[in-house]
Design a protein around this ligand. Structure first.
Ligand code: HEC
Ligand code: HEC
Ligand code: HEC
Ligand code: HEC
Ligand code: HEC
Length: 292
């Protein structure tokens, strides 16, 4: 992989290691290193400071599936039986969590002891800790906000360039070319087959259906236009809100029912009323539903 100035990332990384070993004082910022403890990892991605100023967005996000991205994925079962099982949670390494590539991508910046702490929390059903393992603001507005290169630790990626941003750590916002495009979401909603893992996993494939069915048949909308209207960070559908889900589905799935009275040959005395029912369900979604 090449950076714009022609240096390979590998060379840059070796250079960084070289300088780091020469200097006893830490030369790289905290976010360039792998977090050694779960607390360190969580504080790097802590969304609570964003809440102060982006209250509405925070409240929508808090109720979204992105804010509880590992709560219902049954990791406890994977850690107790099958190829990802561990005898003792402390032996867990990052390899035990291939699912976190999309469900908790912060893991990429964590060390193996952090994996051990996470395994412990999951096996002890420590819900308070599990809730904090989410797709936070910084996952989208920093790590996943750019496709090429490495995200800058003091920059946020948004839909506009802002020379000044009043947050303590993130003093500027850079316009990201992908934030308003479907590929932003495609990074997790259908990436695969994830062959980099010893045990490749794939669970969401919806982006494939969007690209291969919706777009070729003339679809023009982006994921954001259908799911984040006015920057709605709730990203509906939210299956916890059944009323809203049925309202959305009745708008997007139309059901046409036609009936036809039908009897092949009427025999007096042996009349059985028969009806042929033709149903047509059409979907206005940008992909097949349901997914997975
Ligand atoms: C002290 C207040 C404050 C804090 C804290 C803060 N922001 Fe902001 N943010 C703002 C203001 C003000 C704007 C500019 C809004 C405008 O011009 O409409 C902004 C703009 C943004 C934008 C650019 C919006 C766009 O058009 O794309 C993003 C993204 C953003 N903030 C994310 C965050 C995140 C993530 C955090 C937490 C790490 C955060 N902000 C913390 C005040 C804050
Ligand atoms: C390539 C990215 C990716 C990987 C890897 C991945 N998932 Fe997912 N998973 C998603 C996305 C995106 C969704 C939500 C999309 C949807 O529902 O269509 C999801 C949804 C789920 C759901 C449904 C959650 C709910 O609240 O309804 C479960 C359960 C799940 N994943 C389990 C797993 C497990 C277990 C693994 C590892 C063995 C895994 N996933 C690996 C991306 C991924
Ligand atoms: C799943 C990815 C994702 C997460 C998580 C996320 N955002 Fe966003 N955010 C986006 C995208 C995509 C847009 C651009 C939406 C559009 O305009 O089409 C956006 C837009 C914004 C904007 C600009 C709003 C506007 O009106 O123009 C702000 C501010 C923002 N996000 C802040 C936050 C904060 C704060 C959090 C955490 C509480 C957060 N985001 C979490 C993806 C995300
Ligand atoms: C970092 C990976 C990631 C990114 C980027 C991402 N998502 Fe998700 N998304 C997930 C995962 C994982 C879930 C499932 C969480 C759960 O319920 O366990 C999810 C859930 C959802 C859901 C709820 C439906 C369901 O079945 O759970 C919607 C809708 C959604 N995402 C839309 C979007 C849109 C739109 C974007 C782009 C703006 C986006 N996502 C970007 C990973 C991601
Ligand atoms: C033309 C509008 C449209 C577009 C474009 C679109 N969606 Fe959807 N999506 C829907 C509708 C409609 C549903 C059904 C549920 C509902 O009505 O909210 C849905 C459902 C979903 C679900 C829940 C799936 C499930 O199993 O129930 C996820 C996740 C999702 N979309 C993500 C995405 C992502 C990611 C993209 C972009 C690659 C995208 N959508 C593009 C309209 C759209």
């Amino acid at each position: 992989m090449l950076l714009r100035n022609g240096k390979s990332i590998g060379a840059l990384w070796l250079g960084t290691l070289f300088f780091a070993s020469l200097m006893s004082a830490p030369s790289s910022s905290a976010s360039d290193r792998q977090a050694q403890t779960l607390q360190e990892l969580l504080s790097r991605y802590d969304p609570s400071s964003c809440k102060e100023c982006h209250e509405d967005i925070y409240e929508q996000w808090e109720k979204s599936h992105h804010a509880r991205s590992i709560m219902d994925i049954y990791m406890d079962r994977y850690l107790t039986t099958g190829v990802l099982a561990v005898k003792n949670p402390k032996q867990a390494t990052r390899k035990n969590f291939p699912c976190f590539k999309c469900h908790f991508p912060q893991m990429e910046n964590a060390s193996d002891p952090v994996a051990g702490e996470i395994a412990e929390a999951i096996l002890n059903k420590d819900k308070e800790t599990m809730k904090k393992l989410n797709i936070s603001c910084l996952v989208c507005h920093r790590d996943k906000g750019i496709v090429h290169g490495l995200p800058k630790s003091d920059l946020l990626y948004g839909t506009r360039n802002l020379k000044e941003h009043p947050d303590e750590h993130f003093e500027r916002v850079r316009k990201s070319p992908i934030l308003k495009r479907s590929i932003m979401c495609g990074q997790c909603h259908g990436l695969g087959p994830n062959l980099e893992f010893e045990h490749p996993v794939q669970c969401a494939t919806l982006y494939g259906s969007y690209l291969n069915a919706y777009i070729p048949s003339g679809g023009t909308k982006t994921c954001q236009e259908c799911h984040m209207e006015n920057s709605d960070h709730l990203c509906p559908p939210n299956f916890q809100d059944r009323k809203d889900v049925s309202k959305r589905l009745s708008r997007s799935l139309s059901l046409d029912v036609g009936t036809l009275f039908y009897v092949p040959q009427i025999t007096p005395g042996k009349f059985v009323p028969t009806v042929v029912v033709n149903t047509t369900i059409s979907s206005r979604a940008g992909h097949r539903i349901p997914d997975g």
